[in-house]
Design a protein around this ligand. Sequence first.
Ligand SMILES: *[C@@H]1O[C@H](CO)[C@@H](O)[C@H](O)[C@H]1NC(C)=O
Ligand SMILES: *[C@@H]1O[C@H](CO)[C@@H](O)[C@H](O)[C@H]1NC(C)=O
Ligand SMILES: *[C@@H]1O[C@H](CO)[C@@H](O)[C@H](O)[C@H]1NC(C)=O
Length: 174
Amino acid sequence: MRTGLIVGVIWVFLWPRLVHGGFVLQNVICESLDASYAEFKRCEMKVVRRGVASFYMLVKLHKLPINSVDVNVSLFKRSNGYRPFLFNQTVDYCYYMRNPQAHPLIYMLHKVLFKKTNMNHSCPFDHDLRVDDFTYDQNDLLDLPLPSGDYMLKILYASYKTWRISTKVYMKKN
Ligand SMILES: *[C@@H]1O[C@H](CO)[C@@H](O)[C@H](O)[C@H]1NC(C)=O
Ligand SMILES: *[C@@H]1O[C@H](CO)[C@@H](O)[C@H](O)[C@H]1NC(C)=O
Ligand SMILES: *[C@@H]1O[C@H](CO)[C@@H](O)[C@H](O)[C@H]1NC(C)=O
């Protein structure tokens, strides 16, 4: 009875803190790890209005078409520097795009992150990579209950098993 009450009280106080207040995009750092392969023409976080930023990216790929892509997604949370938090996963992108539901966590991010890209397809890749005016909607990741704080989402892209591009997205959860 008492335990139930305490759990209830903790639930009532903690739950809104975990769930409410979405992410605010703050900054992005793009890096080509192999300039002969990939070149950033644009990588920009534009402030649209207070608390809302819009992300633009354009990557020129110099060796097309690409038939082997791996993507490594890892999340970091800041406390004395950025530390690995909750997940880091590498997926075979060409396979994944044919079976997205096979990786539920990546799929959840995919549904959110891919809404303004030209990358929502399987291999081969025979064009530049684009993100146009991506904004984070407050309700996008409600099913990912994270404590408030500063986060960094790091996405590494490999082709033919060599890392070529790194994107780090910095964001705050209120
Ligand atoms: C990623 O996970 C692997 C094991 O699953 C672990 O060895 C590695 O340290 C982790 N790295 C990061 C940056 O989280
Ligand atoms: C993903 O990349 C990180 C480096 O950012 C690395 O530490 C981690 O082990 C990689 N995860 C997997 C599953 O390969
Ligand atoms: C990606 O493509 C699939 C299949 O065409 C489509 O069902 C899905 O809605 C697309 N996702 C996004 C985020 O655009």
